[in-house]
Design a protein around this ligand. Sequence first.
Ligand SMILES: [Zn+2]
Length: 451
Amino acid sequence: MADWTARLTAGLTRSVRASDQTLGHLEEEILYQTRRLERRLLEEAAQQKADQTPPRCPVCGHALTRCTHGHERTYQTRFGPVTIRRLRGWCRRCRAWRFPADHALGLSDTGSASPSVQEMAALTVSKMPVHEASAVIERLTGVKLPPATLDREARRQGQRAERKRTELDAQMCTAQGVAQVLPTLETPFTLIIELDAWNIRERDDWGRSAALRRRGREPERWHWVYGGTCFRLDQRVASDRGRPCILSRGTVMTRHGVAGLRDQLFAEAQRHGLAQAAKVLVVADGAAWIWNLTGDRFPQAHQRLDYYHASEHLWAVAHALHPEEERAARQWVEPLLRQLQRGRVPALLNDLRTLAKRLRKRKRQAVAAELAYLESHQNRMDYAAARRNGEPEGSGAMESTCRQYQCRFKRPGQFWSRVGDEALMCLDTFWRNDRWHLLFPHIRHQDPRRN
Ligand SMILES: [Zn+2]
């Protein structure tokens, strides 16, 4: 102990005297010199906890037999490698060798990461490529985790997160689910649900492309990721810069198809007060799967087509009428956009019908196609009411969330496996939804920054 303090004091004195050294040097000095002490404190405390663990099977609780002591195992911890001697015993009921201390310390049978290191792997790899994560962790904490180890650990944590998600979602179908419902208001509130999808590239049929093409099959590597988000309207406020921001919301992102999204989003909406809401509003683009899902799981919901998508179809008409004449197209479309914004949809559609009749072949077809789209969504274009009620006119919140996921999962040269991408997206979603503590109970439940 005295030895350690002397070293630290000497180091600090050197830094204080050196004219070219800053507060940063002092910080590094303390970090470096206290590390060995921290590691020893951890090792001693962990050993005590291991020694106190009763010789019972952590799976079934049965007393262990044929117990032997002193089985060493080394773990990677926040302060460096720590070695613990544990008891091993035979569980006659499970017919397996058990190390009860591992369970008490939160260490898994596979992998050698402490809970803190498990969390580091999960957090960094769900946010950045694994090579970068490895370097960042080493720089910030001094913990050396080679990319392959880090990758394995993050995936393991991601798969654990998926199991946790399934468990939590299943609870929402039972009386237990009440505990997960966020406190709701006394006054009537509106629940907003937004949906969207994007593409991810996977490594299916890797190395078999040539063989597949010979058989006339093109390898399909792009797959849909489906997402949804829900929040109470009163949680949508203006930021300092006047842009809308949402204080509290639940997000779902999955590679498990529309069915996966449907079940996960339904559970998420329940948590955010689906049963208590006076009004439920779904806002999204025109994709058919969205409105089928809405009819299936949120039949009570009011539906709204994203304003930008509706306006794009009017722009398509404008460009069909005035090809390569941007100014004329704009002049034509502006009064129609105003009609759209003012909620005069029947009149707008009538105008387009009249217009289509007057046109010849190609232009007529182009207008008819856009008209059919708008007619199929005519009950979803109440933008005037949206503004009156202070509701979103578009699904921008979901689109920006999708973009954020894409920043991680759609980098150049990236290929995913279906197992890997779902696991890491699941981790990211726990973080966003402020449920990180459910995966890593050792952290005090605080408010992780949403990004
Ligand atoms: Zn057992």
